[in-house]
Write a protein that binds this ligand. Structure first.
Ligand SMILES: Nc1nc2c(c(=O)[nH]1)N[C@H]1C(S)=C(S)[C@@H](COP(=O)(O)O)O[C@H]1N2
Ligand SMILES: [Mo]
Length: 400
């Protein structure tokens, strides 16, 4: 069974899982043929070397990856991020993570209407054809589930190429009252069965300013095709830079509200994961669910170069509002080590959204278990999750 909330493993649990899981796993031949392993090895520390295979991350569970599991509210697909590379920065729709599958009660082929009301001149219904007319290419954006868990190999994270209608344009067409400061956006939420893990209903209330500044849009297409049912067909909200919990799927209602609006059940459910202070009752006390700067390794490769074993770490950085010039990495045998972070070998961020790929060469000095941890050098950059160790991954090194 999958459980989004089950993110924390104690150190003892991790050690136990390691013992059960064993150490090094070599890749099948199909892995060895991936172009990503070959393109950039001409440069630097791995020139002339031979790739021996990937090392698996320990203590992350044995969940099937890239596979749709369960139904409805409990439906999940965890994306295997271990083979992503700069030449394929977009996750194909088929393996893009899913958190909550479409309800069997939902018929996306019936004429779909979005009810627009509240503090507007006149209550209206927006149809999909109108929305499609307003849609334009929106580019690559990253979505991460705020409950992106270690047990799912942090596979609730992905980048897609979107097309949609800007929220700001749609709001302008609605003749919004002066008194409106916020907007409730909600999605179809009727399911035939109760969930083991989630409260049904996805409604989020945004300030109008936040929606404008984030350049949010109502997406009708993903990766060049109409949205699939599980990803929110016929229309979902995309809020670039925000956690997925605000990217409402199957949008069927837009309601303009004033300052005093109360938070929705979903906002309250996600308060802890989105690092709010307590569980805010009022929307004005609920902070934007912006993804702060984060980074993690996605693949550790074992190489032999000039007769010596070397490790090549591939990773990603994502989130944040300001670009960072350097990221530090640390390989330590203790989670709370005092050792310093060293700058990543190859990291150059040109945008916060979507992700940035990086690599780093590492020679382990002794066999054993290592925690791989990253840190933003500039302490003024918000990175609470990263700094709290949320994305620490570990490997067992047998050969040095
Ligand atoms: N209507 C609706 N929209 C929803 C949800 C939901 O349960 N119902 N889940 C949200 C959460 S928590 C996430 S992380 C994203 C996941 O989108 P995906 O399944 O397309 O990856 O959708 C969001 N939109
Ligand atoms: Mo989520």
């Amino acid at each position: 069974m999958t459980n989004e909330g089950n993110a924390k493993l104690t150190r003892r649990e991790m050690l136990r899982t390691w013992l059960a899981a064993g150490g090094v796993v070599l890749a099948g031949f199909h892995e060895l043929r991936l172009p990503a392993f070959c393109t950039d090895v001409k440069e630097g520390a791995f020139r002339g070397g031979r790739y021996l295979g990937p090392i698996e991350f320990l203590g992350e569970g044995r969940i099937p990856m890239d596979t749709l599991m369960d139904e409805g509210l409990d439906g999940r697909l965890y994306t295997d991020l271990s083979s992503i590379s700069p030449d394929r920065p977009v996750i194909p729709t088929k393996t893009f993570f899913v958190r909550t599958r479409a309800s069997t009660l939902l018929d996306e082929h019936k004429p779909w209407l979005i009810k627009a009301g509240g503090l507007v001149n006149k209550t209206t219904e927006i149809n999909i054809a109108d929305l499609r007319k307003m849609a334009k290419p929106a580019g690559l954006h990253l979505m991460e589930c705020s409950g992106n868990v270690r047990l799912g190999h942090f596979g609730m994270l992905g980048v897609a190429d979107w097309r949609g209608a800007p929220v700001s344009e749609l709001l302008d067409s609605l003749k919004v009252d002066k008194a409106a400061s916020h907007v409730l956006i909600s999605g179809f939420d009727r399911y035939p069965f109760a969930s083991f893990t989630s409260v049904p209903g996805a409604s989020w209330i945004f300030s109008l300013d936040d929606l404008r500044s984030s350049q949010a849009f109502f997406a009708t297409e993903m990766n060049g095709s109409d949205l699939t049912k599980d990803h929110g067909a016929p229309v979902r909200l995309v809020v670039p830079g925000w956690y997925g919990c605000a990217w409402v799927k199957w949008v069927d209602e837009i309601t303009l509200l004033g300052e005093g609006a109360a938070t929705t059940a979903q906002m309250r459910e996600f308060a802890h994961r989105t690092m709010q202070q307590g569980v805010p009752e009022l929307v004005k006390d609920y902070r934007p669910v912006i993804i702060e700067q984060a980074a993690m390794p996605v693949r550790v490769e074992k190489w032999v170069v000039a007769g010596k074993i070397k490790y090549r770490v591939h990773g990603i950085a994502w989130g944040g509002m300001r670009q960072v010039s350097a990221l530090g990495i640390r390989f330590s045998s203790e989670l709370d080590s005092r050792e310093d972070f060293v700058p990543l070998d190859n990291f150059e961020q040109t945008t916060n959204d979507p992700w940035t790929f990086w690599t780093h060469a590492w020679t382990a000095t002794t066999p054993g278990q290592y925690f791989i941890q990253l840190r933003v050098k500039d302490a003024s950059i918000p990175a609470r999750r990263l700094n709290a160790g949320y994305y620490v991954r570990s490997v067992e090194i047998i050969e040095i």
